[in-house]
Design a protein around this ligand. Sequence first.
Ligand code: FBP
Length: 345
Amino acid sequence: MDERVTLRSHLDRSASRTPRGDAVAAVIEAIAAATVDLAALIADGPLAGITGQDGGINADGDRQKDIDVAADEMMRLALADAPVAAVLSEEAALPETLNPQAPLCVAIDPLDGSANLENNISVGTIFSIRPRGNDILSTFFEPGTAQCAAGFVVYGPQTTLVLAHDESVDIFILNRHTEQFLLIKQGVKIAPDTPEFAINASNRRHWYGPVRAYIDECLAGTNGDRGADFNMRWIGSLVAESLRILVRGGVFLYPADARPGYREGRLRLLYEAHPMALVMEWAGGAATTGRRRILELGAKTPHQRVPLIMGSVRGVRDVSAIHEGIEPMFDNSDAPLFARRGLFR
Ligand code: FBP
Protein backbone atom coordinates (compact mmCIF):
# COMPACT_ATOMS: atom_id res chain seq x y z
CA MET A 1 0.00 0.00 0.00
CA ASP A 2 1.50 3.34 -1.11
CA GLU A 3 1.37 5.91 1.70
CA ARG A 4 2.00 8.85 -0.58
CA VAL A 5 -0.37 11.81 -0.68
CA THR A 6 -2.94 11.66 -3.48
CA LEU A 7 -3.65 14.63 -5.72
CA ARG A 8 -7.11 14.91 -4.15
CA SER A 9 -5.89 15.12 -0.55
CA HIS A 10 -3.11 17.50 -1.61
CA LEU A 11 -5.71 19.81 -3.18
CA ASP A 12 -8.07 19.46 -0.21
CA ARG A 13 -5.33 20.75 2.10
CA SER A 14 -5.01 24.04 0.22
CA ALA A 15 -8.59 24.52 -1.06
CA SER A 16 -9.76 26.50 1.96
CA ARG A 17 -6.83 28.92 2.04
CA THR A 18 -6.60 29.88 -1.68
CA PRO A 19 -9.11 32.16 -3.45
CA ARG A 20 -11.75 30.10 -5.31
CA GLY A 21 -9.87 27.12 -3.88
CA ASP A 22 -12.67 24.58 -4.25
CA ALA A 23 -13.32 25.54 -7.87
CA VAL A 24 -9.62 25.49 -8.79
CA ALA A 25 -9.24 22.08 -7.15
CA ALA A 26 -12.28 20.76 -9.05
CA VAL A 27 -10.86 21.93 -12.38
CA ILE A 28 -7.44 20.43 -11.69
CA GLU A 29 -9.08 17.14 -10.72
CA ALA A 30 -11.23 17.14 -13.86
CA ILE A 31 -8.19 17.68 -16.09
CA ALA A 32 -6.17 15.09 -14.17
CA ALA A 33 -8.97 12.50 -14.52
CA ALA A 34 -9.11 13.08 -18.28
CA THR A 35 -5.33 12.69 -18.55
CA VAL A 36 -5.60 9.24 -16.93
CA ASP A 37 -7.79 8.13 -19.85
CA LEU A 38 -5.64 9.94 -22.38
CA ALA A 39 -2.47 8.31 -21.00
CA ALA A 40 -4.07 4.89 -21.51
CA LEU A 41 -5.12 5.76 -25.06
CA ILE A 42 -1.62 7.04 -25.90
CA ALA A 43 0.01 3.95 -24.40
CA ASP A 44 -2.21 1.63 -26.45
CA GLY A 45 -1.82 3.77 -29.61
CA PRO A 46 -2.38 1.62 -32.69
CA LEU A 47 -3.79 -1.16 -30.48
CA ALA A 48 -6.66 1.20 -29.60
CA GLY A 49 -7.22 2.25 -33.19
CA ILE A 50 -5.01 5.36 -33.07
CA THR A 51 -3.47 5.49 -36.52
CA GLY A 52 -1.36 8.63 -36.06
CA GLN A 53 -2.84 9.81 -39.34
CA ASP A 54 -4.14 13.25 -40.14
CA GLY A 55 -7.37 14.19 -38.42
CA GLY A 56 -7.63 17.39 -40.48
CA ILE A 57 -6.50 20.99 -40.06
CA ASN A 58 -7.28 22.87 -36.88
CA ALA A 59 -8.76 26.37 -36.75
CA ASP A 60 -5.31 27.96 -36.78
CA GLY A 61 -4.12 26.04 -39.85
CA ASP A 62 -2.02 23.41 -37.97
CA ARG A 63 -2.23 19.77 -39.06
CA GLN A 64 -4.05 17.62 -36.53
CA LYS A 65 -3.61 13.91 -35.92
CA ASP A 66 -6.48 11.64 -34.90
CA ILE A 67 -5.06 11.60 -31.36
CA ASP A 68 -5.16 15.45 -31.23
CA VAL A 69 -8.86 15.32 -32.03
CA ALA A 70 -9.49 12.59 -29.44
CA ALA A 71 -7.51 14.47 -26.75
CA ASP A 72 -9.43 17.67 -27.46
CA GLU A 73 -12.77 15.88 -27.07
CA MET A 74 -11.68 14.24 -23.81
CA MET A 75 -10.57 17.55 -22.27
CA ARG A 76 -13.71 19.41 -23.38
CA LEU A 77 -15.97 16.73 -21.94
CA ALA A 78 -14.08 16.82 -18.64
CA LEU A 79 -14.20 20.63 -18.41
CA ALA A 80 -17.91 20.83 -19.30
CA ASP A 81 -18.66 19.17 -15.93
CA ALA A 82 -16.26 21.42 -14.01
CA PRO A 83 -16.72 25.02 -12.75
CA VAL A 84 -15.40 26.45 -16.03
CA ALA A 85 -17.02 29.42 -17.76
CA ALA A 86 -15.08 29.04 -21.02
CA VAL A 87 -12.30 26.99 -22.51
CA LEU A 88 -9.79 28.00 -25.16
CA SER A 89 -8.29 24.90 -26.79
CA GLU A 90 -5.42 24.83 -29.27
CA GLU A 91 -7.75 22.90 -31.53
CA ALA A 92 -10.51 25.56 -31.77
CA ALA A 93 -10.48 29.03 -33.34
CA LEU A 94 -12.23 30.77 -30.44
CA PRO A 95 -12.93 30.15 -26.76
CA GLU A 96 -16.02 28.02 -26.18
CA THR A 97 -18.47 29.06 -23.47
CA LEU A 98 -19.30 26.17 -21.10
CA ASN A 99 -20.94 27.32 -17.82
CA PRO A 100 -21.10 31.13 -18.08
CA GLN A 101 -21.63 31.72 -14.33
CA ALA A 102 -18.71 29.52 -13.31
CA PRO A 103 -15.75 31.29 -11.68
CA LEU A 104 -12.84 30.06 -13.87
CA CYS A 105 -11.59 30.02 -17.47
CA VAL A 106 -9.16 27.46 -18.89
CA ALA A 107 -6.70 27.61 -21.79
CA ILE A 108 -5.44 24.19 -22.82
CA ASP A 109 -3.21 22.42 -25.29
CA PRO A 110 -4.86 18.99 -25.06
CA LEU A 111 -1.92 17.18 -26.67
CA ASP A 112 1.31 19.06 -27.26
CA GLY A 113 3.96 17.59 -29.56
CA SER A 114 1.84 14.83 -31.10
CA ALA A 115 4.29 14.62 -34.02
CA ASN A 116 6.60 12.81 -31.56
CA LEU A 117 4.20 9.96 -30.90
CA GLU A 118 5.14 7.77 -33.84
CA ASN A 119 8.65 7.63 -32.34
CA ASN A 120 7.37 6.84 -28.84
CA ILE A 121 8.73 10.11 -27.48
CA SER A 122 7.03 11.89 -24.56
CA VAL A 123 4.14 14.24 -25.32
CA GLY A 124 1.87 16.16 -22.99
CA THR A 125 -1.17 18.20 -21.99
CA ILE A 126 -0.59 21.83 -20.91
CA PHE A 127 -3.21 23.90 -19.03
CA SER A 128 -3.69 27.36 -17.59
CA ILE A 129 -6.47 28.36 -15.16
CA ARG A 130 -7.56 31.94 -14.47
CA PRO A 131 -10.49 33.66 -12.71
CA ARG A 132 -13.34 34.64 -15.02
CA GLY A 133 -13.70 38.38 -15.55
CA ASN A 134 -17.03 40.17 -16.10
CA ASP A 135 -16.55 39.72 -19.81
CA ILE A 136 -15.71 36.04 -20.34
CA LEU A 137 -13.78 36.45 -23.58
CA SER A 138 -11.56 39.28 -22.36
CA THR A 139 -10.46 37.05 -19.46
CA PHE A 140 -8.13 35.31 -21.90
CA PHE A 141 -6.48 38.60 -22.84
CA GLU A 142 -5.40 39.46 -19.28
CA PRO A 143 -1.64 39.13 -18.61
CA GLY A 144 -0.24 35.77 -17.47
CA THR A 145 -0.03 37.09 -13.90
CA ALA A 146 -3.83 36.59 -13.79
CA GLN A 147 -3.37 32.80 -13.78
CA CYS A 148 -4.26 31.17 -10.45
CA ALA A 149 -2.88 27.74 -11.36
CA ALA A 150 -1.25 26.01 -14.30
CA GLY A 151 0.55 22.82 -15.12
CA PHE A 152 1.29 20.07 -17.55
CA VAL A 153 1.19 16.30 -17.83
CA VAL A 154 3.99 14.32 -19.50
CA TYR A 155 2.97 11.04 -21.11
CA GLY A 156 6.33 9.28 -21.02
CA PRO A 157 7.82 6.22 -19.31
CA GLN A 158 5.74 7.50 -16.40
CA THR A 159 2.70 9.77 -16.57
CA THR A 160 3.83 12.82 -14.62
CA LEU A 161 1.72 15.77 -13.50
CA VAL A 162 3.55 19.03 -12.79
CA LEU A 163 1.29 21.42 -10.92
CA ALA A 164 1.82 25.12 -10.16
CA HIS A 165 -0.77 25.79 -7.47
CA ASP A 166 -0.84 27.75 -4.22
CA GLU A 167 2.52 29.33 -5.22
CA SER A 168 4.28 25.98 -5.15
CA VAL A 169 5.33 23.59 -7.91
CA ASP A 170 4.66 19.97 -7.07
CA ILE A 171 5.19 16.78 -9.07
CA PHE A 172 2.88 13.75 -9.07
CA ILE A 173 3.16 10.38 -10.79
CA LEU A 174 0.19 8.34 -11.94
CA ASN A 175 -0.26 5.01 -10.21
CA ARG A 176 -1.74 3.10 -13.15
CA HIS A 177 -3.25 0.44 -10.91
CA THR A 178 -5.31 2.78 -8.72
CA GLU A 179 -5.57 5.51 -11.41
CA GLN A 180 -4.52 8.12 -8.85
CA PHE A 181 -1.81 10.75 -9.07
CA LEU A 182 0.58 10.49 -6.10
CA LEU A 183 2.82 13.29 -4.83
CA ILE A 184 6.53 12.59 -5.34
CA LYS A 185 8.12 16.05 -5.00
CA GLN A 186 6.82 19.13 -3.23
CA GLY A 187 8.09 22.69 -3.61
CA VAL A 188 10.39 21.94 -6.56
CA LYS A 189 13.16 24.52 -7.07
CA ILE A 190 15.05 24.89 -10.36
CA ALA A 191 18.85 24.86 -10.08
CA PRO A 192 19.87 28.50 -10.61
CA ASP A 193 22.93 27.96 -12.80
CA THR A 194 23.05 24.69 -14.79
CA PRO A 195 25.25 24.99 -17.92
CA GLU A 196 22.81 23.26 -20.27
CA PHE A 197 20.74 24.66 -23.12
CA ALA A 198 17.96 23.36 -25.36
CA ILE A 199 17.28 24.89 -28.76
CA ASN A 200 16.51 23.58 -32.25
CA ALA A 201 20.01 24.29 -33.59
CA SER A 202 19.00 23.51 -37.17
CA ASN A 203 17.41 26.97 -37.23
CA ARG A 204 20.70 28.76 -36.47
CA ARG A 205 20.88 30.57 -39.79
CA HIS A 206 17.44 32.08 -39.14
CA TRP A 207 18.11 33.25 -35.58
CA TYR A 208 18.47 36.91 -34.75
CA GLY A 209 21.81 38.19 -33.48
CA PRO A 210 21.27 38.10 -29.70
CA VAL A 211 20.24 34.42 -29.68
CA ARG A 212 23.09 33.48 -32.03
CA ALA A 213 25.54 35.33 -29.79
CA TYR A 214 24.28 33.57 -26.64
CA ILE A 215 24.45 30.08 -28.17
CA ASP A 216 27.90 30.76 -29.67
CA GLU A 217 29.11 31.75 -26.20
CA CYS A 218 27.70 28.52 -24.75
CA LEU A 219 29.37 26.47 -27.49
CA ALA A 220 32.74 28.11 -26.81
CA GLY A 221 32.65 26.33 -23.43
CA THR A 222 35.65 26.75 -21.14
CA ASN A 223 37.53 28.40 -24.02
CA GLY A 224 35.02 31.24 -24.05
CA ASP A 225 33.92 34.01 -21.76
CA ARG A 226 31.28 31.90 -19.99
CA GLY A 227 34.03 29.68 -18.63
CA ALA A 228 31.89 26.53 -18.53
CA ASP A 229 31.35 23.60 -20.86
CA PHE A 230 27.68 23.57 -21.76
CA ASN A 231 25.68 20.44 -22.47
CA MET A 232 22.95 20.51 -25.13
CA ARG A 233 19.57 18.77 -25.27
CA TRP A 234 16.74 19.04 -27.78
CA ILE A 235 13.79 16.68 -27.53
CA GLY A 236 11.36 18.69 -29.65
CA SER A 237 8.67 18.23 -27.01
CA LEU A 238 7.95 21.21 -24.78
CA VAL A 239 6.64 19.22 -21.83
CA ALA A 240 9.66 16.91 -21.77
CA GLU A 241 12.08 19.86 -21.96
CA SER A 242 10.20 21.65 -19.18
CA LEU A 243 10.27 18.66 -16.86
CA ARG A 244 14.02 18.23 -17.47
CA ILE A 245 14.59 21.87 -16.53
CA LEU A 246 12.61 21.41 -13.30
CA VAL A 247 14.65 18.33 -12.43
CA ARG A 248 18.15 19.51 -13.33
CA GLY A 249 18.05 23.12 -14.55
CA GLY A 250 19.25 24.68 -17.80
CA VAL A 251 17.68 27.05 -20.28
CA PHE A 252 15.17 26.34 -23.08
CA LEU A 253 14.88 28.67 -26.05
CA TYR A 254 12.27 28.79 -28.79
CA PRO A 255 13.11 32.27 -30.03
CA ALA A 256 11.59 34.37 -32.77
CA ASP A 257 13.51 33.94 -36.01
CA ALA A 258 13.56 35.26 -39.56
CA ARG A 259 11.48 32.47 -41.17
CA PRO A 260 8.04 33.48 -42.38
CA GLY A 261 5.60 32.48 -39.64
CA TYR A 262 8.28 32.49 -36.91
CA ARG A 263 8.79 36.25 -36.44
CA GLU A 264 6.89 35.97 -33.13
CA GLY A 265 8.38 32.57 -32.28
CA ARG A 266 6.56 29.26 -32.60
CA LEU A 267 4.92 28.57 -29.26
CA ARG A 268 1.53 29.94 -28.22
CA LEU A 269 1.21 32.46 -25.43
CA LEU A 270 -2.04 31.36 -23.79
CA TYR A 271 -1.66 27.60 -23.50
CA GLU A 272 2.10 27.07 -23.82
CA ALA A 273 4.16 30.08 -22.69
CA HIS A 274 1.89 31.46 -19.93
CA PRO A 275 1.47 28.16 -18.07
CA MET A 276 5.15 27.22 -18.47
CA ALA A 277 6.20 30.67 -17.25
CA LEU A 278 4.04 30.30 -14.12
CA VAL A 279 5.59 26.88 -13.44
CA MET A 280 9.12 28.25 -13.96
CA GLU A 281 8.64 31.33 -11.77
CA TRP A 282 6.94 29.48 -8.91
CA ALA A 283 9.83 27.01 -9.02
CA GLY A 284 12.34 29.86 -8.67
CA GLY A 285 13.24 30.06 -12.37
CA ALA A 286 12.34 32.68 -14.98
CA ALA A 287 10.68 33.07 -18.39
CA THR A 288 11.10 35.88 -20.92
CA THR A 289 10.81 36.72 -24.58
CA GLY A 290 14.38 38.04 -24.31
CA ARG A 291 12.99 41.53 -23.75
CA ARG A 292 9.90 41.09 -21.58
CA ARG A 293 8.75 38.86 -18.77
CA ILE A 294 6.29 36.35 -20.25
CA LEU A 295 3.82 36.67 -17.35
CA GLU A 296 3.40 40.40 -17.99
CA LEU A 297 2.23 39.85 -21.56
CA GLY A 298 -1.46 39.78 -22.47
CA ALA A 299 -2.57 38.08 -25.68
CA LYS A 300 -4.21 40.15 -28.41
CA THR A 301 -5.51 37.09 -30.28
CA PRO A 302 -6.39 33.63 -28.94
CA HIS A 303 -3.58 31.76 -30.68
CA GLN A 304 -0.88 34.45 -30.50
CA ARG A 305 2.68 33.14 -30.74
CA VAL A 306 5.53 34.37 -28.57
CA PRO A 307 9.29 33.79 -28.24
CA LEU A 308 9.93 31.68 -25.13
CA ILE A 309 13.19 31.55 -23.18
CA MET A 310 12.85 29.89 -19.78
CA GLY A 311 14.57 27.94 -17.06
CA SER A 312 17.43 28.59 -14.64
CA VAL A 313 17.61 32.24 -13.60
CA ARG A 314 21.25 32.58 -14.65
CA GLY A 315 20.67 31.40 -18.23
CA VAL A 316 17.51 33.49 -18.68
CA ARG A 317 19.24 36.56 -17.21
CA ASP A 318 22.23 36.12 -19.55
CA VAL A 319 20.01 35.86 -22.65
CA SER A 320 18.07 38.96 -21.55
CA ALA A 321 21.31 40.85 -20.91
CA ILE A 322 22.44 40.27 -24.51
CA HIS A 323 19.12 41.67 -25.77
CA GLU A 324 19.39 44.75 -23.57
CA GLY A 325 19.96 48.01 -25.41
CA ILE A 326 19.60 46.35 -28.83
CA GLU A 327 16.61 47.75 -30.70
CA PRO A 328 14.50 44.89 -32.15
CA MET A 329 15.01 46.42 -35.63
CA PHE A 330 18.74 45.58 -35.36
CA ASP A 331 18.15 42.03 -34.14
CA ASN A 332 18.98 40.55 -37.49
CA SER A 333 22.43 42.11 -37.82
CA ASP A 334 25.56 39.97 -37.82
CA ALA A 335 26.49 38.13 -34.67
CA PRO A 336 29.81 39.94 -33.92
CA LEU A 337 27.91 43.11 -32.91
CA PHE A 338 26.16 41.09 -30.21
CA ALA A 339 29.25 39.16 -29.27
CA ARG A 340 30.79 42.51 -28.32
CA ARG A 341 27.73 43.19 -26.22
CA GLY A 342 27.90 39.79 -24.50
CA LEU A 343 27.94 39.78 -20.72
CA PHE A 344 31.67 39.43 -20.29
CA ARG A 345 32.92 41.85 -22.93
P1 FBP B 1 2.56 21.49 -31.69
O1 FBP B 1 1.92 22.65 -30.97
O2 FBP B 1 2.38 21.52 -33.14
O3 FBP B 1 2.23 20.18 -31.05
O4 FBP B 1 4.13 21.69 -31.55
C1 FBP B 1 4.71 22.13 -30.36
C2 FBP B 1 6.11 21.57 -30.28
O5 FBP B 1 6.12 20.18 -30.58
C3 FBP B 1 6.73 21.78 -28.91
O6 FBP B 1 6.36 20.76 -28.02
C4 FBP B 1 8.19 21.77 -29.25
O7 FBP B 1 8.93 22.54 -28.32
C5 FBP B 1 8.24 22.42 -30.62
O8 FBP B 1 6.97 22.22 -31.19
C6 FBP B 1 9.27 21.80 -31.51
O9 FBP B 1 9.37 22.58 -32.65
P2 FBP B 1 10.38 22.25 -33.85
O10 FBP B 1 9.79 21.08 -34.56
O11 FBP B 1 10.42 23.51 -34.65
O12 FBP B 1 11.70 21.92 -33.26
